[in-house]
Design a protein around this ligand. Structure first.
Ligand code: ADE
Length: 426
């Protein structure tokens, strides 16, 4: 094994002996990430990030490892910490440190204090660019560790929840540097949020429970891109899918996509598996737990562990125990049992491996190119949340299509002119 036996970068990981296994899995993921590979090859040659300090707070997975390798190949000095206490793959973290020389602070199952200490460790690298998934790094930097703020030229944000938080900061006028919302690139959310969350959420639920989805009545709370993905995949498995929404347009979409739509108070009585993907808090709460039938299973695939009101469930129950790894059963006073997966943390990364590499390829290609964009353009950006430049988004789509061996047509010059003109009518 070509590990770096000495001069390891700063780190706090579970076990360096896991590095070999981690590297094998990182290389496997890399096979399915052709776009990030192409960017890495160019970054190797051009070194667009030379000497830039980058702090990334992301899920520490094999796919993230390939992004970190790419940023390092571009000349960046990368420090990585986890964006969730339960999503770290310890073998990946070990390989990042021992094989790829990337400073990493992440241990699966770390407690809250350790989680925030790791954020602090990443920020102590005095980053010039931040990469965030959920905006904890940016939030910490603005509220607690303000001493590093002045040196930051810009940052990126990976997920819907983070973009919502950052938009609130920008609206309140407290955001101190520009952010590129990678989540809002079409080649990110149309694929990662929909197909990635769709597949990996069910993957996590199946790995945790070994449930047969065919015939299972699943209530999915939230019909954004993530909810749409979970619903369509669950339907494909033969599940009886119910959608719960608060937004009338999304609810209408769900109806016309062929799903039953009803309030959660109704769904709670008939569902047997409940999945939250809303980005909001206390979606499943006391009144719903009271209505659920014996054996109901609840899981969350939203970013934070706030969607299921676990305190209410604890209050209502007389005992709890782990009945399988990552399956906690609460026994209610009346004898009904409700099982919570992965303690309400995002089930796709806690109970499975997150989105497959092929879809993270596009998300992380956007990340790498957005970081390059910030490094070039930060002087022309203000303290706002920006979308990924459309040229980057389209380039990622083209490269992905190419890697899939798919070619597409071009407009003829006549069609091009027609689309730009207004004089021709009937
Ligand atoms: N978010 C969802 N899936 C992921 C993965 N595989 N790696 C990093 N972040 C993710």
């Amino acid at each position: 094994m070509n590990t770096m036996s000495q001069n390891l970068p700063k780190h706090d990981i579970k076990d360096p002996n896991l590095a070999d296994a981690g590297r094998q899995r990182i290389e496997w993921a890399d096979r399915h990430m052709p776009v990030i590979r192409l960017i890495r090859e160019r970054f190797e040659r051009e070194k667009p990030l030379k000497g830039l300090r980058l702090a990334a707070c992301l899920h520490v997975t094999t796919e993230t490892a390939n992004l970190a390798r790419t940023l390092k190949a571009g000349g960046g000095e990368v420090t990585l910490c986890a964006s969730n206490p339960l999503s770290t793959q310890d073998d990946t973290a070990a390989a990042l440190v021992c094989c790829y020389g990337i400073s990493t602070f992440a241990i699966r199952g770390e407690d809250n204090d350790t989680y925030y200490r790791h954020l602090h460790d990443a920020l102590s690298s005095k980053p010039q660019i931040t990469l965030d998934d959920g905006a904890d790094l940016v939030s910490n930097l603005h509220q607690k560790e303000t001493q590093w703020l002045d040196g930051v030229m810009g940052g990126t944000e990976e997920t819907t929840t983070g973009v919502i938080r950052l938009n609130s900061m920008a609206e309140e006028g407290v955001l101190r540097y520009p952010i590129v919302a990678v989540n809002d690139a079409l080649t990110k959310h149309l694929f990662d949020n929909r197909y990635g969350t769709g597949q990996s959420t069910l993957d996590g639920i199946i790995r945790a429970t070994n449930l047969l989805l065919a015939g299972t009545r699943i209530a999915i709370c939230g019909y954004g891109w993530c909810g749409k993905g979970v619903a369509s995949r669950a339907k494909g498995h033969g599940a009886d899918v119910i959608i719960v929404e608060v937004d009338p347009t999304r609810a209408l979409e769900a109806v016309m996509d062929g799903f039953r739509v009803m309030p959660l108070a109704e769904a709670a009585k008939v569902g047997t598996l409940f999945i939250t993907v809303t980005g909001n808090k206390h979606v499943l709460r006391e009144e719903h737990f009271r209505a659920m039938s014996d054996g109901a299973i609840v899981a969350n695939s939203g970013h934070f562990n706030v969607e299921i009101d676990l305190e209410a469930l604890e209050r209502l129950s007389k005992s709890q125990r782990l009945v399988r790894p990552l399956v906690r059963e609460y026994e209610m006073e009346d004898g009904r049992r409700i099982c919570v997966l992965a303690d309400g943390r995002l089930v796709n990364l806690s109970a499975a491996e997150g989105h497959p590499a092929s879809v993270m390829d596009m998300s992380f290609a956007n990340q790498a190119l957005a970081v390059e964009h910030i490094s070039r353009e930060s002087k022309n950006l203000s303290n706002k949340v920006y979308t990924v430049p459309v040229e980057i988004d389209r380039k990622v789509a083209r490269l992905k299509l190419e890697s899939l061996g798919v070619s597409i047509d071009q407009l003829t010059p006549e069609q091009d002119r027609y689309l730009k003109s207004w004089t021709e009518g009937t």
